[in-house]
Design a binder for this molecule. Structure first.
Ligand code: SAH
Ligand code: MG
Length: 197
């Protein structure tokens, strides 16, 4: 098993696929263990690395994961087989905005196009259990969301602005309360205010 994971880490490094950083993934796996999370929705499968790691926490966990890029989706399918977790993971090849789910999840992991985080959050919060959690990755965007916008390419500046809008959206949200963790590339943990009372 370790072998399959190491191969995926190496493939991601060589092909510039932004899989979750080690301390970020460890936080996520600990959270899943501690809170006995069973039903997970992931937006952004890439090659299946985080989905497989989450599924391996416990055989009673199920992960639905969405990816719009066919090559990455196919890579994920093959990795999921290699890791023997086919029965625990349901991969969907679609743009997340075209996916309609009625299932309810304990944890929703947003790790896809950084410019769309508010839209992902608003769309999929309806699939979150009352006491569930929405985890967002890459809120630091390699430290850029904390710094000045000078000297960035137009494209990167646009993404940083969008991520900062998302951070403000979470801070001002009256329905959800968010903890911002300086782990990995910056992780947001959002819970319904009503579940905290
Ligand atoms: N969660 C993965 C990494 C995901 S990288 C891991 O840690 O192992 C982000 C992925 O999101 C990319 O592969 C990209 O193709 C996908 N993505 C971006 N926007 C998307 C969208 N709107 N719908 C589905 N997938 C999307
Ligand atoms: Mg990420």
């Amino acid at each position: 098993m370790v072998r399959v994971l190491e191969e995926m880490e190496e493939y991601a490094r060589e092909n510039h696929i932004p899989i979750m950083q080690q301390d970020g993934i460890e936080f996520l796996l600990d959270y899943i263990k501690k809170h006995q999370v069973k039903r997970i929705l992931e937006i952004g499968t890439a090659i299946g690395y985080s989905a497989i790691r989450m599924a391996l926490v416990d055989s009673s966990i199920h992960v639905v994961t969405i990816e719009r890029d066919e090559t990455r989706y196919n890579g994920a399918l093959s990795n999921i087989k290699k890791a023997h977790v086919e029965h625990q993971i349901t991969p969907i090849l679609k743009d997340a905005f075209d996916v309609e789910l009625t299932d309810i999840f304990d944890l929703i992991f947003i790790d896809a196009a950084k410019a769309q985080y508010i839209k992902f959050f608003e769309k999929f919060k309806h699939n979150l259990a009352n006491n569930g959690v929405i985890v967002s990755d890459n809120l630091n965007f390699h430290g850029l969301t904390h710094g000045s916008l000078e000297n960035l390419s137009r494209n990167v500046r646009g993404l940083v602005k969008k991520l900062n809008l998302y951070i403000d959206f979470l801070k001002q949200n009256e329905e959800f309360c968010t903890e911002f963790l300086e782990i990995g590339d910056g992780i947001g943990v959002s819970k319904r205010v009503s579940s905290l009372e």
